[in-house]
Design a binder for this molecule. Sequence first.
Ligand code: ADP
Ligand code: GN1
Ligand code: MG
Length: 369
Amino acid sequence: MSSLIFEEAKKVTNGFNLGEEVVDIERFGSGHINETFRVTSRNGSVKSYLLQKINHHIFTNVDGLMNNINIVTNHLKSLYNTIGLDGEKHTLTIIPTKSGDLYCQDDKGDYWRVFILIEGTKSYDIVETTKQAYSGGQAFGKFQKQLSTLDANKLVEVLPNFHNIDFRMANLRKAISANKANRLDEVQDILNYIFEREERMRNIIKMSEKNELPLRITHNDTKFNNVLLDQDDNVQCVIDLDTVMPGYVAYDFGDAIRTIINSAAEDEKCLDKVVLNIPLFKAYAEGYLSEAKDFLTEKEIESLWYGVLLLPYMQAVRFLSDYIDGDLYYKTHYADHNLVRTKTQIKLVKELELHEEELSSILNTALVK
Ligand code: ADP
Ligand code: GN1
Ligand code: MG
């Protein structure tokens, strides 16, 4: 870890009540946006916390974002309390600053927050078993169900148009026109592939224009590593709540499948390894529908498959736009990292299209289970 960020993190912990002495700070997780640390402190016993520097270039309304998380986690805690479960183990808990704020700002203007680190949990970048996939499905299905009783007007839309494909395509077109990093020539084939599919990927938008889909409170970043499972791979907690805001259920379903059905990493360079793990798809769909099928409308059920095709496609559009822009949005670890990520997502779209009939029929069967 660069010593500068370590110094910053250490300094910032003084503003929170984390015990007598911070004994260790290490980097944690593999997210693309925020900087995450595990902080270990001693106060008689040893306790761990999760410290995050919020990327305020992306999340410009940090106050609104932290208020959203506070509202959502308080709502979930009150639901857990009514069934006698410890809310601090099943949702995030914000540790306020010494002056009682939900976050603090350092002298460089960066924003920091602290959560309780839920011990004995695991998260997976790549899903390994059907049990894990089923639990992930249950976790996000239950999350949507629990939030269905929260008034959506209480939340601010932290990132407007986040999953709006027309908005993402408009951004791609802007990136192409500006060609900031002079990278257009090498991505022409990918662009052709993307534009050929543009209309087909507008199914959810079209349904929304016809008022066929209810807006619900959704998670909007249902990557599988945003679920914590316990040691036996049962559901523990849904995390990474920065993007919780009004949305369509199909976006959450599709984004989870995007990371679950891929046998390889999101940035796998060898595209032959990017193949579908269909049993994991089935398990996630069954887990999700076991929680969600009672509240989903018929049209929402119809939209789930469109989400499965759309989310890897939209992710390709987002990674590619950032590559063309010169890597301004996502953290990258080498020069063409965003291009590698784009190609992986495109390969996924191709695989999903090839298996469309089989996968849709699995989804229909999961519905009547
Ligand atoms: P990012 O925005 O960088 O994805 P996350 O909030 O998802 O950040 O955190 C990164 C990783 O840290 C998660 O994938 C998970 O492994 C771990 N993590 C996050 N919050 C907690 C928590 N409260 N308790 C235990 N582990 C956590
Ligand atoms: C980002 O922060 P992280 O890694 O969980 C991104 C998601 C993308 C994801 C792709 C706010 O999520 O939308 O799907 O990367 N988050 C934001 O891996 O843009
Ligand atoms: Mg995350």
